[in-house]
Design a binder for this molecule. Sequence first.
Ligand SMILES: *[C@@H]1O[C@H](CO)[C@@H](O)[C@H](O)[C@H]1NC(C)=O
Length: 164
Amino acid sequence: MHFRLCLLTTIIFGTFASTTAGPLHAQCKVEWFFGIPCNDVFIALVTQIKQWTTADNCAHGGEKCLYKLESADVHFIKAKHTTPVKKYVDDLTFRLLPYPANTNCHVIALSVSEAWYAILDYGTNYCNLFNLVEGSGLNQSPGYKEVTNDFICTQHSTANCTIY
Ligand SMILES: *[C@@H]1O[C@H](CO)[C@@H](O)[C@H](O)[C@H]1NC(C)=O
């Protein structure tokens, strides 16, 4: 009886806390829809990650550098991003699904800060993901649509990806 009440309280409080303040840990989940095949999306993302591997591209600020490809196939891409100044490491994954047909691609992307104490990130986790989509021009592809919000993506609505 007590246990169940306690569990219920935990669930209610946990839900309340996470819906009022966004994720309890700095992270971002975003979904994209592209009207092009997943193979094209896969090549665009991997090419962009490789172009932004060295620190050179951040010589004048910004975060469009220090990406590292960990593994990649047409269904799943894994990478890391390190912030150039503070050296915070974020883990990135992209799941690519041919949906609703092979001519389209639905991508579920996630960026999670490794630092367990990071609650606010000023939109860094969102920009880690979006910068690759913008840099590769994927946001100009036919049928492009983005779905996310502040509850699943830390500080998404106030993110300025020019800086982060
Ligand atoms: C984002 O930051 C840049 C550089 O500081 C600034 O020029 C731009 O106006 C900002 N954009 C928004 C939407 O605040």
